[in-house]
Design a protein around this ligand. Structure first.
Ligand code: NDP
Length: 291
C-alpha cells in the first residue's frame, strides 16, 4: 500500500479563496475583518510566524494591525494594549504570539484577551466551551487537522483516534475536537507505556510530539490516516537545516492509507484557520450590529 498524500497547500489555497470572498462581502457591508497581532521580543521563529500571518491577512482582504514590543517589555504595557484592542469595535481578532519572555504570566495574558476576539482559541473560556460542545473558537492547528480529515473524507465518527501529545495548543484540543466529532480517543504522552500498542490500534493517528521521525511504519496500522503536526528543523546529517515532521515519511507512507507531508501539510492549514476564525468573529460582530 502507498498512502494518499494530503496536499495542505492546495486545500489551504481553496479555503483561503472562499475566505477572501467572505471578507470582501463583510467589507462591503462596512465590517472589514481585522486581526491585531502582538509580538514581544525578537525570537526569529516567532518573527517569521507573525510576518506570515500578517501577509496571509493582507492577501485575503483582512486588515491587520501589528504591535511589536522589546524582549524586556513591561507586561502592564502589553496588557494595556490588549485592553484597548478589546474595546475597539473595528478589531475582531487579537493574537499574542507565544512564547512570551519570562517576565510574562502567559496564562494571564491569554485570559486578558476578550473571549469574543480570542481567534487563537487559547482563552480558558473557549477551551471550556470547546470541551462542553458549545460554540467556540477552535485552536487553529487542530481545527486545520479536522478540515483536512473532512476534505479527505476520512470517517471520524466511530473511528479510533490516537493523539500523541497533550499540549494545550495541539494535543488536548485535538483530542477534544476528535471526541466532539464522534471518535473514540486515546491520548498518549511521554509517560505512556507501550506507545506502539496504542498507535497500532489507531484508525486516525495524530503525531504532535516535536521529535523528528518519531512515528515509524511499524507503529502504524495498515490503511490508517496519519496526520503529522510536527515541525522540526534538522540539526545534523545530510538534510541539516531542512524541516521535517514527527513522522518518518518513507516508512509510514508504505503502510498508511492517508498521510500529511511536512512541509506542505498541516502547517499551511494553521494560518488558514486563523483567518477563518477572524472572518467568523467579524461575521458575529456584523450580526450583532444588525448589518
Ligand atoms: P510540546 O512540546 O508542548 O508537547 C509535546 C508533547 O509530546 C507532550 O505532550 C509530550 O508529553 C509528548 N511527548 C514527548 N516525548 C514523547 C515520547 N517519547 N512519547 C510520547 N509522547 C511524547 O509541543 P507542541 O504540542 O507545542 O508541538 C508539537 C509539535 O507540533 C512540534 O513539532 C511543534 O513544532 C509542532 N507544531 C506545529 C504546528 C503547525 O502549525 N503545524 C503548530 C504548533 C506546533 P508530556 O506532556 O508528557 O511531556
Amino acid at each position: 500500500m502507498t498512502a494518499h498524500i494530503l496536499d495542505g497547500n492546495a486545500l489551504s489555497a481553496s479555503v483561503r479563496g472562499q475566505l477572501a470572498e467572505d471578507a470582501a462581502a463583510l467589507t462591503a457591508r462596512g465590517v472589514q475583518p481585522c486581526l491585531a497581532v502582538i509580538l514581544v521580543g525578537a525570537d526569529p521563529a516567532s518573527a517569521v510566524y507573525v510576518r506570515n500571518k500578517v501577509a496571509a491577512c493582507e492577501k485575503a482582504g483582512i486588515r491587520s494591525l501589528r504591535f511589536d514590543y522589546p524582549q524586556d517589555a513591561d507586561p502592564d504595557t502589553v496588557l494595556a494594549r490588549i485592553a484597548e484592542l478589546n474595546a475597539d469595535p473595528s478589531v475582531h481578532g487579537i493574537l499574542v504570539q507565544l512564547p512570551l519572555p519570562p517576565q510574562f504570566d502567559e496564562a494571564a495574558v491569554l485570559e486578558a484577551i476578550s473571549v469574543t476576539k480570542d481567534v487563537d482559541g487559547f482563552h480558558a473560556e473557549n477551551v471550556g466551551r470547546l470541551s462542553q460542545g458549545q460554540e467556540a473558537f477552535f485552536p487553529c492547528t487542530p481545527h486545520g487537522v479536522m478540515k483536512m480529515l473532512e476534505a479527505a473524507e476520512v470517517p471520524v465518527k466511530g473511528a479510533h483516534a490516537v493523539v500523541i501529545g497533550r499540549s494545550n495548543i495541539v494535543g488536548k484540543p485535538m483530542a477534544m475536537l476528535l471526541l466532539r466529532a464522534g471518535a473514540t480517543v486515546t491520548v498518549c504522552h511521554s509517560q505512556t507505556r507501550d506507545l506502539a500498542e496504542h498507535t497500532r490500534r489507531a484508525d486516525i493517528l495524530v503525531a504532535a510530539v516535536g521529535r523528528p521521525g518519531f512515528v515509524t511504519g511499524d507503529m502504524v496500522r495498515p490503511g490508517a490516516a496519519v496526520i503529522d503536526v510536527g515541525i522540526n528543523r534538522l540539526k545534523e546529517g545530510p538534510n541539516a537545516g531542512k524541516l521535517c515532521g514527527d513522522v518518518d515519511f518513507e516508512s509510514v507512507r508504505k503502510v498508511a492509507g492517508v498521510l500529511t507531508p511536512v512541509p506542505g501539510g498541516v502547517g499551511p492549514m494553521t494560518i488558514t484557520m486563523l483567518l477563518a476564525n477572524t472572518v467568523e468573529s467579524a461575521r458575529r460582530a456584523a450580526r450583532a450590529q444588525g448589518v
